[in-house]
Design a protein around this ligand. Structure first.
Ligand SMILES: [Mg+2]
Ligand SMILES: [Zn+2]
Length: 255
């Protein structure tokens, strides 16, 4: 699909970033284990495919097992700071934010967690650019400061989200996006969603015709759009990218 110019000038826009494999060039949950404890990385993969454990609960369990092996907070943070992050993506965000027009707000909408994302945004010098980071809450345990405690954004106790598109129980990214726009209190002339995963399908279904999804090639979101995009009524425009340098190119066309 090609991107056709909207009829009116774009004065303000919202760019929504998924984090793993979208803003960042790796998957935080898996990377930390690959760096520090490959056996746990294998165990995570096995448990994901052989049990019905919810994904965020699985990550929380892996962090407890990582701690039981003796790994520390500093090791986890160092692994995150060294995680691949494409310089072109960093540049693309800064250049867009610095432009006088359109004025751009950025938000992160991710199934990772607040400590992982905060650590990497700080390392990349991008913390001040993001208006909000919407993700699962995490904190270092008070009893054991080397244990990262990861919780679902939507707690297991209490009201669950009503998503029927396929979001995991911990968070409906579509509902979170709508709630962000509502509490932000201003209309955006254009919304741009950068994502790669199957769970980015629900939020891009909420986008309008003048909005744009920037979809990473060869991952779950591309497949989900091919399978269900038309029948689910996907309205936004779609452009595909494989490397961050292509997102930088596309951003340069968003006038
Ligand atoms: Mg992702
Ligand atoms: Zn959903």
């Amino acid at each position: 699909m090609s991107f056709s110019a909207p009829p009116t000038p774009i004065l303000n826009q919202l760019i929504i970033y998924d984090f793993d494999w979208s803003l960042a060039d790796q998957d935080t949950d898996r990377w930390v284990l690959e760096v520090l404890a490959p056996k746990l990385r294998r165990r995570m993969k096995t448990l994901k495919h052989t049990t019905s454990i919810q994904y965020t609960d699985l990550v929380a369990q892996m962090m407890r097992e990582l701690r039981a092996l003796g790994h520390t907070r500093e090791e986890v943070l160092a692994a995150l700071r060294g995680m691949p992050f494409h310089p072109a993506m960093n540049r693309a965000v800064r250049e867009m934010k610095a432009r006088a027009a359109p004025s751009t707000d950025f938000v992160v909408l991710s199934n990772a967690n607040s400590v992982y994302i905060g650590t990497i945004l700080e390392e990349q010098g991008l913390q001040g650019v993001m208006q909000e980071v919407i993700t699962n809450p995490a904190e270092w345990s008070e009893e054991d400061p080397d244990l990262l405690v990861v919780r679902r954004r939507v707690p297991r106790e209490g009201k669950q989200h009503g998503c029927t598109v396929g979001c995991s129980a911990n968070m409906c990214k579509g509902e979170e996006l709508e709630a962000f726009v509502a509490r932000h209190g201003k209309a955006f002339d254009r919304m741009v969603y950068v994502g790669d995963g199957a769970n980015d399908f629900c939020p891009i279904l909420r986008l309008r015709e003048q909005d744009l999804a920037l979809v990473r090639r060869h991952r779950g979101l591309e497949a989900r759009i091919a399978k269900d995009g038309a029948s689910a009524g996907l309205k936004c425009q779609v452009q595909y990218w494989a490397g961050a340098w292509e997102v930088e190119e596309i951003f340069a066309t968003l006038t």
